[in-house]
Write a protein that binds this ligand. Structure first.
Ligand SMILES: Nc1ncnc2c1ncn2[C@@H]1O[C@H](COP(=O)(O)OP(=O)(O)OP(=O)(O)O)[C@@H](O)[C@H]1O
Length: 272
């Protein structure tokens, strides 16, 4: 299947790419974990990556944010190459301002001793350029944008629910005004009703800010709710790629059909 099928910008997106990945490969010793993966996410667009456990989804995310180095291929975010490690903190910060990530479990990324407000403020300080008054205003805006109450914004992670903690993680990720956000199983640990609230929140944020999403999920229903296009991975290879509704409603590949019918949970494998 052509790598960039459906590359015409969907409604709501702007011309140009937020993320461009070409011929991406990752070997872990002899294991070829990501095999010649190519995709585009238009500015303001939303791509879902689905596949069974071990298909390479997280490895792609880790390469995008610089936690793994590609064995070959290129990654560009906002037109700037990031296939090689950043040189120095200036470049690392510039990259962070372009692309942020939200993980499945914000417990691992949130400091247990920090209130939600302090956690978000830390990012605002780090990325600098704001006066104290501007920082306070931006902090209020972010707390409001992710739907945290004043009480929740003053609470530490252990005093928040899973959904509230994920709202804090989203506010932190948005603080630097990135152009793209990687959501790696970001709603998988949440109850279905809370999951729906966070997905609605993410859809609203995309509408308001024009941010692009790369959503990694084992759950096709989640992908359908948030994504314009989808990419199906099997053993590191793209088996199907294109319009999200077309792929999920009328999959061309048996593997996609199996993913759709089995309602997989994290760690699940086709036929496993
Ligand atoms: N650091 C590593 N060293 C060796 N092998 C790795 C490493 N990271 C990932 N792998 C292997 O690469 C393959 C892809 O793993 P990856 O975590 O990207 O899959 P995934 O689709 O995200 O799976 P899951 O949904 O279970 O998180 C797997 O076979 C995994 O065992």
């Amino acid at each position: 299947m052509n790598a960039v099928e459906g590359s015409a910008a969907p409604a709501g997106t702007v011309e140009g790419s937020a993320v461009e990945v070409r011929g991406l490969n990752k070997f872990f010793k002899a294991h070829h974990a990501v095999v010649d993966v190519t995709f585009d996410i238009p500015l303001g667009g939303s791509l879902g990556i689905v596949g069974e456990s071990g298909s390479g989804k997280t490895t792609i995310a880790r390469m995008l944010i610089g936690l793994e180095r590609p064995s070959s291929g290129t990654i560009a975010v906002m037109g700037r190459d990031r296939s090689r490690p950043a040189r120095g903190s200036g470049e690392r910060n510039a990259r962070a301002r372009e692309l942020q990530i939200v993980f499945q479990d914000p417990y691992t990324s949130l400091d247990p001793s920090q209130s939600a407000r302090a956690a978000v403020e830390e990012v605002l300080r780090h990325h600098g350029g704001l006066s104290a008054a501007e920082r306070a205003a931006r902090l209020d805006e972010l707390v409001d944008q992710v739907g945290l109450t004043e009480r929740q914004a003053g609470a530490r992670p252990r005093d928040l629910s899973g959904g509230q903690r994920q709202r804090v993680a989203i506010a932190r990720a948005l603080a630097a005004r990135p152009k793209a956000l990687v959501l790696d199983e970001a709603v998988s640990a949440l109850d279905v009703s809370i999951q729906a609230q966070i997905l609605n929140l993410l859809a609203d944020i995309r509408q308001e800010t024009g941010i692009a999403y790369l959503l990694i999920s084992h759950d096709l229903a989640v992908v359908r709710q948030l994504c314009d296009s989808a990419l199906v991975l099997r053993r590191g290879r793209v088996v199907e790629q294109g319009d999200c509704a077309r792929i999920l409603d009328d999959p061309a590949e048996e593997y996609t059909r199996a993913l759709r019918e089995a309602v997989p949970v994290p760690g699940w494998t086709v036929g496993g």
